[in-house]
Design a protein around this ligand. Structure first.
Ligand code: BGP
Length: 489
């Protein structure tokens, strides 16, 4: 069994909007996720807004902004799971103590932009918001847990999203850089690791792979959105290094492995193109500082014309990331042939792979895919890598005050073994933060009952429950894994 390198960062990950709650406390403004209701366990959640004076609801993929011209709204007769979530806002000390008990070396969390700049348009930050995260970072420090901070995790300020049509305008770049720079200055000495945008590539995945059927105008919008996000990310990286040369700033990609559905050369080519559009496009810009050759083909495919200036291209070059990070849950098969055995569900789509097992949501469990992804990415960029999300969403059953989640342990064990193999093969893997280390609101469905945690939280899909925290079997297992540097699995 591979012994993981000394100093390997074992831990877990969450996002502000999925755990904090306190959506209108401490001077916080509304974010785009605050106007999302729960969907059902199978179906995506909904965005609520008014358009032409009428109440509207439409299915929402994570990271999606409001439709053009819409005003985000909270309706009294709807349930908004993120408003309380698991109330980390008031329970953070208890939760961090539990993370410490497992032996966490790192905790990946995000900052809610709207706690720092409630609308995104203020000149001065909200002191109460800054103080909250300072208290969180100080609490982590008490236990020697390194924070890994996602600056933007699907939680843009609603006001900004309305004003700039979900990153459809350059104004968003300045607002983001002001926010990021505020964080870099404020938390110097408390935070070392930063990620600029969570799963930046979902803007493309959402239009095709996730069962999406994007029109040319959607591709136009999302490629432009991505360009502005790339410039914002690059400018933030540069600012971070100027403020503190010790800062390590990473990108964050939704890491899906694609396989050809058959040996038909057309499928093999389609597979390559899927990697290019969905995985390499964002990674190349953020790691290499320039658009790849295939970008022109991708834009032409959807008749996309972008606002890109010479200065933007210069900034992309000057703001390449220090590390590559990604989430990993599944692989997907792509084919040009008619698909008989389909898989579906949010984030998962395509042909069913007969060699793999699927979760209740149609996500393929594929640890070998994780090894494949790690080796592919390291070969391409030769940058330090971190797996910053991975895990099994499941409906857990509470029995005698705990959850016997052997299925989760099996899933994680196999993925840790796969990481060990990639390390043996030379990949410079620095850390592993499992997703939803404490149960939280699911990004895709808005439901509590799709759980990932080592720690059970007593709260259901309607918002009932005591919010009590209960360690699951996997809690004690992960503690042992960390204590043995990944050898006792
Ligand atoms: C990732 C997101 C997370 C998280 C996870 C699991 O895409 O970065 O925010 O929620 O997926 O997805 P879900 O909650 O839909 O099961």
């Amino acid at each position: 069994m591979t012994k993981f390198p000394k100093g390997f960062l074992w831990g877990g990950a969450t996002a502000a909007n999925q755990v904090e709650g306190g959506y209108d406390e401490g001077g916080k403004g509304l974010s785009v996720t605050d106007v999302q209701t729960a969907g059902s366990l199978e179906a995506p959640r909904y965005l609520t807004y008014t358009l032409d004076g009428k109440k509207q609801k439409s299915p929402a993929l994570p990271g999606q902004g409001l439709p053009k011209g819409a005003k985000g709204a909270i309706f009294d007769d709807e349930y908004y799971p993120n408003h309380v979530a698991i109330d980390f806002y008031h329970h953070y000390k208890e939760d961090i103590k539990l993370f410490a008990e497992m032996g966490f070396k790192v905790y990946r969390l995000s900052i809610a932009w709207t706690r720092i700049f409630p609308t995104g348009l203020e000149d001065e930050p909200n002191q109460e918001g800054l103080d909250f995260y300072r208290r969180v970072f100080e609490e982590l420090k008490k236990y020697d847990i390194e924070p890994l901070v996602t600056i933007s995790h699907y939680e843009d300020p609603l006001t900004l999203s309305e004003k700039y049509n979900d990153w459809g305008d350059r104004g968003m770049i300045d607002a983001y850089v002001k926010y990021a720079t505020t964080l870099f200055k404020e938390y110097k000495g408390l935070v070392k690791y930063w990620l600029t945008f969570n799963e930046i590539n979902t803007a493309l995945l959402g239009l095709s792979t996730f069962g999406g059927n994007g029109k040319d105008e959607d591709f136009q919008h999302n490629y432009q959105k991505l360009h502005y996000e790339f410039v914002a990310s690059a400018r933030a990286v540069k600012a971070a290094h100027e403020i503190d040369p010790n800062y390590v700033v990473g990108n964050m990609i939704c890491g899906i492995v694609f396989y050809p559905g058959s040996p038909d050369p057309k499928d093999v080519l389609l597979n390559r193109y899927s990697w290019e559009q969905n995985i390499f496009y964002c990674g190349d810009v953020q790691c290499k500082g320039k658009y790849p050759t295939f970008a022109k083909r991708l834009w032409a495919e959807h008749n996309v014309h972008l606002d890109i200036t010479d200065q933007d291209l210069q900034e992309l070059k000057e703001g390449t990331v220090d590390m590559y990070t990604f989430s990993y849950y599944m692989s997907n098969m792509v084919t040009t042939h008619e698909v008989k055995d389909k898989v579906g569900g949010n984030f998962a789509a395509g042909a069913k792979n007969p060699y793999l097992n699927y979760s209740e949501w149609g996500w393929a469990t594929d640890p070998t895919g994780l090894q494949y992804y790690l080796e592919t990415i390291y070969d391409r960029y030769e940058l330090p890598v971190m797996v910053v999300e991975n895990g099994l969403g499941a409906v857990d059953k509470l029995e005698d005050g705990t959850v016997h989640d052997s299925y989760r342990i099996d899933y994680l064990r196999q993925h840790i073994e796969a990481m060990g193999k990639a390390i043996e093969n030379g990949v410079d893997l620095r850390g592993y933060t499992t997703w939803g280390c404490i149960d939280c609101v699911s990004a895709g469905t808005g439901q509590m009952s799709k759980r990932y945690g080592f720690i059970y939280v007593d709260r259901d899909d309607k918002g009932e429950g005591t919010l009590k925290r209960l360690p699951k079997d996997s809690f004690y297992w992960y503690k042992k894994v960390i204590a043995s540097d990944g050898t006792d699995l």
